[in-house]
Design a protein around this ligand. Structure first.
Ligand code: NAD
Length: 454
């Protein structure tokens, strides 16, 4: 497998893919490793994961550099991602012991009722490239803490990072056969689906997530799907600090080049503040500079997958043909790398692909709305349901709007953020199940109800 730098098109490394027999052998060894691991104490597991947390900091420079080289994100964003991953790991270190402890729920006469949580066994973690550390730790850290083994398939676009994760977990004390990387693309992923694993946890596109759900359905094992989004944001008419709001929304749209599951993908603005908001939005967008992601003076790096450029061009062409106007950007940046101008489109509507398909790139459509009812209708007019945001100085109004939007995450006066204390749970085509929060720890266990008559 060739690992290419998307910002230059140059070859970084060639790495052999894991063959089907090797994947099977990894599973066989993982089964044995898991039966020993589930007997270890929580203190021992926590110690290993704390070591991993510390190693991410110790090796930060190398890890951030390799992440930037293989996915094209600005070096400061790679550093932010590592800090964010460590923050999530601290949450799991803090919460796992109490969440996984036996829970005596009721004593009734001579009967004691207790809930305990057993590990699932060996799980597959099929992962994405856009935040490989963040979306990875959401799964493999609580899975390991709960007593599972993990066959971890990093995305083929984040293989170097996947191998760093495997190496650092082993250096941290996690047994070699308990956590192993399966290297490759769709084919390696499909091999995992054929094997008798005890759970499938996937982060990626709706298309692949659905295919995985269909293929493993007959196994009747837990699946977790963290999929895409077409996340809406509504600016109400009471917002007075429109420059500040536009600045925050621009960041929500274009951070990581829009390649975030929770990136803002549609903006609705109340007609009363529309003109001023658009003026600021344009200025803020034009201020973003794209270039060499290892150079800290650029805010925008390269897209990770060069093939995404033609997808973005097609969305723009479709929108312009149907009447949209380009407010800023609109085209790829010439050169060897996969660079694209941060692009804002106005006069858009829901007949255009840019308002319906996940763009997963630096493109945003902005639409004027006459009132909250119209905004709510449009926000819900989507197959996805990951996040939704409202900017307003009236908390009650913002909350009542969001209560009517079908999304797993609701933001008031913020967007494009994740907290480890809250569940990350997509609705509709955005996914199934939850990661993070205590729910995202229990997701890697099966419950047992104890009826103990003394
Ligand atoms: P993708 O679906 O192309 O690939 C994801 C993973 O699935 C990769 O490891 C890939 O090799 C593997 N895969 C591909 N085909 C497979 C098959 N047939 N069988 C088994 N495995 C297969 O997604 P991507 O491009 O890596 O990630 C981008 C998508 O992920 C976006 O839609 C984004 O919104 C979503 N995402 C969601 C979240 C979330 O938390 N909801 C987080 C990050 C990314």
């Amino acid at each position: 497998m060739k690992i290419l730098n998307p910002a230059t098109g140059t070859l970084l490394r060639e790495i052999p893919e894991t063959s089907a027999p090797d994947i099977k052998a990894k599973l066989d060894r993982a089964v044995l490793a898991q039966s020993a691991w589930k007997k270890t104490t929580m203190e021992d597991r926590l110690k290993c994961i704390k070591n991993f947390h510390d190693l991410l900091e110790k090796e930060r420079e190398t890890l951030a550099r390799d992440l930037t080289l293989e996915v094209g994100k600005p070096i400061q964003e790679s550093n932010n991602e590592l800090s964010g991953a460590r923050n999530r790991i601290r949450f799991f270190l803090e919460q796992s012991q109490t969440t996984l402890a036996p829970n005596p729920v009721r004593t009734d006469g001579g009967m004691q009722e207790i809930i305990t949580h057993d590990p699932l066994g060996v799980i597959a973690n099929i992962s994405a490239w856009n935040y490989p550390y963040l979306v990875g730790v959401n799964v493999f850290i609580p899975a390991l803490l709960a007593g599972n083994a993990v066959l971890y398939k990093p995305s083929e676009f984040a293989t170097l990072t996947g191998l760093h994760i495997e190496r650092l977990l082993h250096e941290s004390g996690v047994p070699k056969d308990l956590f192993t990387a399966v290297i490759g693309g769709a084919q390696a992923g499909e091999e995992l689906l054929k094997l008798p694993l005890h759970g499938y946890f996937f982060t990626g596109s709706y298309k692949t997530g659905r295919l995985i759900a269909e293929k493993v359905a007959g196994k009747l094992v837990p699946i977790g799907l963290e999929l895409g989004g077409k996340d809406p944001l509504y600016v109400t008419d009471e917002v007075s600090e429109l420059k500040k709001t536009a600045n925050a929304v621009v960041e929500g749209c274009f951070y990581n080049n829009g390649q975030s599951c929770c990136a803002v993908e549609r903006v609705y603005v109340h007609a009363r503040v529309y003109d001023e908001f658009i003026r600021h939005f344009k200025d803020e967008t034009l201020a973003l500079r794209a270039g060499d992601p290892t150079d800290r003076s650029f805010q925008q790096g390269s897209l990770t997958r060069p093939s995404q450029i033609s997808f973005l061009e097609a969305q723009i062409e479709d929108a312009v043909k149907k009447g949209a106007k380009i407010l800023a950007g609109g085209k790829r940046i010439p050169g060897p790398g996969a660079f694209f101008e941060p692009t804002a489109l106005i006069d858009v509507n829901h007949s255009m692909n840019v308002m319906r398909e996940e763009s997963f790139g630096p493109i945003i459509g902005i639409m004027r709305v006459k009132d909250d009812e119209e905004a709510i209708g449009l926000m819900n007019d989507t197959d996805y349901g990951l996040t939704a945001a409202v900017y307003s100085t009236n908390m009650e109004r913002a909350k009542s709007i969001l209560a009517r939007v079908d999304s797993g995450t609701a933001y008031v006066n913020c967007c494009d953020r994740v907290s480890p204390y809250l569940p990350w749970a997509g609705r509709k085509n955005s996914g199934l199940g939850a990661t993070l929060s205590t729910l995202g720890i229990l997701a890697f266990t099966k419950p047992r109800g104890w009826h103990l008559r003394g």
